[in-house]
Design a protein around this ligand. Structure first.
Ligand SMILES: Nc1ncnc2c1ncn2[C@@H]1O[C@H](COP(=O)(O)OP(=O)(O)O)[C@@H](O)[C@H]1O
Ligand SMILES: [Mg+2]
Length: 212
């Protein structure tokens, strides 16, 4: 019998390594959370287990309210591994500018739906969305949290705005407005305004912290 182990490293991240592999005849992504040498080993194991389990749980849970995420094939929490359905497509980060602007409205709708259902993503970047053949898929739920608080939801928006500002500076304004349009369609105008005010509060605080 010939046994071929298919494993191709796609990305070495700060927190996890990402491999392309096969799971039960299906193309799969294997995400392994790595040891951080500077962290105490027991604490480090606890953090990696928590994030692995949280990611798998959240990815499955958000499907129940209509947010598209990869199917979780298998979780090995003792080895900090998750096998996910491989999603073909392009990262939103790598799309042409015009398409990024359009897609930001869809991102806004997805984020609005998460927030409306009491979930904060915790790491909203344009590398955590894949534009597939007919839908937009959101990834990377290791830092997601259950919270209804305006302050927490505003942290999600603030991070996404920062990402647009640094990775997509030529289109930041249009992309941000597009995002807010989508977000508002889901959470409603009044909630949207409250969150935006909170984002401004966080930004002011940030600037003040830079001065002193
Ligand atoms: N299910 C998937 N299908 C296709 N590509 C994926 C999938 N999961 C992750 N990736 C790719 O790997 C990258 C990193 O994965 P991610 O879960 O965001 O981990 P990290 O914590 O390193 O950001 C993504 O930006 C994407 O390019
Ligand atoms: Mg990511």
């Amino acid at each position: 019998m010939i046994f071929v182990m298919l494993l191709r490293l796609l990305k070495k991240g700060a927190e996890a390594d990402i491999y392309l592999t096969i799971w039960n005849d299906r193309k799969s992504i294997l995400k392994i959370r790595k040891r951080k040498e500077y962290r105490n080993e027991i604490l480090d194991n606890r953090i990696r287990t928590l994030r692995t389990v949280r990611e798998a749980k959240m990815m499955s849970e958000v499907k129940t309210f209509g947010v598209s995420t990869p199917i979780v094939f298998f979780v090995d929490q003792n080895k900090f591994k998750i096998y996910l359905q491989f999603i073909p497509g392009m990262l939103v980060r790598d799309l042409p500018n015009k398409l990024i602007i359009n897609t930001c409205e869809k991102i806004g709708k997805i984020v609005g739906t998460l927030h409306k259902n009491g979930i904060m993503h915790g790491d909203l970047t344009t590398s955590n969305f894949i534009l597939g053949s007919d839908e937009l898929i959101i990834l990377d739920f290791g830092l997601a949290q259950r919270t209804e608080k305006i302050e927490d939801h505003a942290i999600d928006l603030r991070l996404f705005k920062e990402v647009l500002n640094s990775a997509h500076v030529e289109i930041v304004n249009q992309a941000w407005l597009s995002f807010l349009r989508g977000y508002g369609k889901i959470v409603g105008a009044s909630r949207k305004e409250k969150i935006i005010s909170q984002v401004l509060v966080i930004e002011k605080r940030g600037r003040y912290a830079n001065v002193v």
